[in-house]
Design a protein around this ligand. Structure first.
Ligand code: AMP
Ligand code: MN
Ligand code: MN
Ligand code: MN
Length: 276
């Protein structure tokens, strides 16, 4: 089983349309795939049809932006019903603030001498309600302000940098209820990316478990190999299950391609077993 249960398309901040992502997953040897666009299920039908045509098993997925302890975390909803009303409404309300935040990011960057970024970023997405820092990053790279999108985050868009704008996303409890009520499994995405203290991390995992959470990402393109080991230990300690996913966004923006991650450590229970 080559599972890749985390990646993005042009429906959110990926570079390729769902059908092209499917083709790349197939090329990468993926046999169980999920497209997990940010806060949006609009690509699911196309992804499922493309997967079917290629003979790949498919799970409906979404990556939801959540604010917990004043920081943004991402929670993947795996195997959700893409027609569930409450989930669709919840995602819509989560997306709602993006355009306003985008304008504020544009103003913040203008204040440090980089004009017209909101308009520029909009050229990189079809849907203003989906405008993401990734679109700003692509514009800044195009304009020569940075070498790469990760360089843009390090210098302009990351936490505390001049273009960073505080934002409140969904509440963890709400997000978990939307996912559960839509028949899905909530999974904490790439915990290694969050700047929490050890005390905050244990509070997050305890709260997640109390709310019925039982899986976190370990082997993800958004972790380093050292972090695979670190979070495999967390999984063992808490009795979690784990998925596997590249977090592929596009060429030059992702550490690994679709289907290219190492397998989960042998002793870890995979989250996808229950759906096969
Ligand atoms: P947003 O949801 O608009 O706040 O944008 C978050 C997105 O920015 C994430 O989903 C990643 O795709 C991207 N991102 C966040 N941090 C980095 C980073 N350090 N390097 C490259 N991309 C990043
Ligand atoms: Mn992204
Ligand atoms: Mn993420
Ligand atoms: Mn992602």
């Amino acid at each position: 089983m080559n599972a890749d249960l985390h990646c993005h398309s042009t429906v959110s901040d990926g570079q390729f349309a769902p059908t092209e992502v499917a083709a790349r997953a197939h090329e990468g040897g993926v046999t169980l795939w999920s497209l997990t666009d940010h806060d949006q299920l609009g690509g699911q039908r196309e992804a499922r049809e493309a997967a079917q045509a290629l003979g790949i098993s498919y799970l409906v997925g979404v990556e939801i932006s959540v604010t917990w302890a004043n920081r943004t975390i991402h929670v993947v909803g795996m195997n959700v019903d893409s027609e569930n009303e409450q989930l669709l409404k919840g995602l819509e309300s989560t997306r709602n603030g993006r355009a306003t935040r985008g304008v504020a990011i544009g103003e913040a960057l203008a204040a440090v001498g980089i004009p017209d970024c909101y308009e520029g970023a909009l050229r990189f997405t079809d849907d203003p309600d989906m405008i993401s820092r990734t679109h700003f990053a692509r514009y800044l790279v195009e304009q020569g302000y940075a070498e790469s999108t990760s360089d843009v985050f390090a210098r302009y868009l990351g936490d505390g940098k001049p273009g960073f704008v505080e934002h409140r996303w969904a509440r963890l409890a709400d997000c978990m209820k939307w996912i559960r009520d839509a028949g899905g499994e909530p999974i904490i995405a790439h915990p290694g990316r969050y700047a929490y203290t050890p005390v905050e991390f244990s509070a997050l995992f305890d709260e997640f478990i109390q709310m019925g959470g039982r899986a976190i990402e370990v082997v993800t393109g958004s972790h380093t190999p050292d972090q695979y080991r670190e979070y495999a230990d967390v999984v063992r300690r808490y009795g979690f299950e784990a998925p596997r996913g590249s977090d592929f966004h596009g060429i030059g923006e992702s550490r690994v391609g679709l289907g290219q991650l190492p397998p989960l450590p042998d002793d870890l229970k995979s989250v996808w077993e229950r759906w096969l």
